[in-house]
Structure formats: structure tokens, C-alpha cells
Design a protein around this ligand. Structure first.
Ligand SMILES: [Zn+2]
Length: 212
């Protein structure tokens, strides 16, 4: 835990974010209810509400109040939104969404990989194998994340690379794996890519993300 003092605004924003993250879309509250619930001034409640509105999680409607928006309207890749969802009942759903996204990015990237795009992949798969052999799980997990970041970058699609970095950050923050494959399974993906066999490469990706 950090020792940096949290301002009243930040504390209110975090409480409001957690509240929205576990609320059904369409849930309504008034600013005055929130102010009383969180024990803060009306100004702080309004500022926190405005910040959450910018993240798309809520809308403030005249004569209605603060309304929770549908999940698809939220800034779902913002670290704060990811964190609030992770702390609440939405956690398992979010984990499935991120795993789906990881599979989609890896599949698309593996389908367009060329044999000269595998240098970094080979390095990370080898380092992952060494870490696995030495029982260094944290190091193996880091090499795994770096492998997938390199794979996403190799696609030449900056959006893939960005999304992969969001997934990797969340995996690191929660201690969950980026994928479920062993180092040997990652090596098979490298071999398929170097054989210029996109079909085998995407099949190898599917194996990496298959949950046991
Ligand atoms: Zn992996």
C-alpha cells in the first residue's frame, strides 16, 4: 500500500467508482444522497460525479439525478475503471472479457506474422523456458507478458499493441497469467510463424488461451 495521503476528492471518486461498478445500468441516485452517503461536501460530490461522467460510467440528468450508464459506454480500458470493476462483483466478467480480447489480438497478430518478426518472440519464449525450469514463476510470467506484447507489436497495428499493454498491466497488477500456455507451447507458435504457416500459428495461439 502507498503511504501517499489520498485527497478527499480521490477517496470520493474511488467510492463513487466502486459504487457505479457494482450497480445495474439505469440505477439512479441524487447528488444529495451521494453527498450524505460519502459524508462529503456538495462540491466534492459534484467534482467526483463529473470525473465519473468523463469516464462514461454515469450521466447526470436534470430532474432525474445521477444515472449509471450501460457498461459499453464506459471507458473500459482506463486503469481506474479496470480497477473498480476488478474490486467488485464485475470482476469475473471483466477477466473473461480481457481473456477474450487477448485471444482475439493474438489470433489476428499470429495470422499476419512473418518469419523476420519472430526474433523477440524467440528470445522471450527461451527466457520463459529458463525461468520455468528454475521455478521462477514471477520471471516466467513477465517473459510471458513480454512475449504477447512483442506478438501484438509484430502485427504492425498500434491499437493491438496498446490493448495488449492494457491486458499485460492488468495481468501484472492482479498476478493472473496473460495466457495459460507453457514455454514449450509458446515455442511451437514461434516455429509455426517461422515456417510461414499462419494456420498453424493461429492454432498454436488457440492452445495458449485454452483454459484447463
Ligand atoms: Zn502466453
Amino acid at each position: 500500500m502507498s503511504d501517499v495521503p489520498v485527497s478527499q476528492f480521490e477517496a470520493t471518486l474511488n467510492r463513487l467508482g466502486r459504487y457505479a461498478a457494482v450497480s445495474q445500468p439505469g440505477t439512479v441516485a441524487s447528488i444529495h444522497q451521494l453527498r450524505a452517503e460519502f459524508g462529503v461536501s456538495i462540491t466534492t460530490a459534484r467534482e467526483a460525479t463529473r470525473a465519473l461522467e468523463i469516464l462514461g460510467m454515469i450521466s447526470v440528468r436534470r430532474q432525474v439525478g445521477v444515472v449509471v450508464n450501460p457498461r459499453a459506454d464506459w471507458d473500459l480500458l482506463h486503469p481506474a475503471v479496470i480497477g473498480w470493476r476488478h474490486e467488485g462483483a464485475d470482476r469475473v466478467h471483466q477477466e473473461h472479457e480481457l481473456a477474450d480480447l487477448a485471444l482475439a489480438i493474438d489470433t489476428a497478430a499470429a495470422g499476419r506474422i512473418t518469419d523476420h518478426g519472430t526474433v523477440d518472440l524467440r528470445i522471450h519464449a527461451a527466457a520463459m523456458a529458463e525461468a520455468e525450469h528454475d521455478g521462477l514463476d514471477t520471471l516466467a510470467a513477465r517473459e510471458d507478458r513480454d512475449f504477447h506484447l512483442a506478438l501484438a507489436r509484430s502485427s504492425g497495428n498500434a491499437l493491438f499493441a496498446h490493448l495488449a499493454s492494457v491486458i499485460a498491466s492488468q495481468a501484472e497488477a492482479t498476478g493472473s497469467p496473460y495466457c495459460h500456455g507453457t514455454a514449450a507451447a509458446h515455442h511451437e507458435l514461434v516455429e509455426a510463424a517461422e515456417s510461414s504457416d499462419p494456420g498453424a500459428a493461429t492454432a498454436a495461439v488457440a492452445l495458449l488461451h485454452r483454459t484447463r
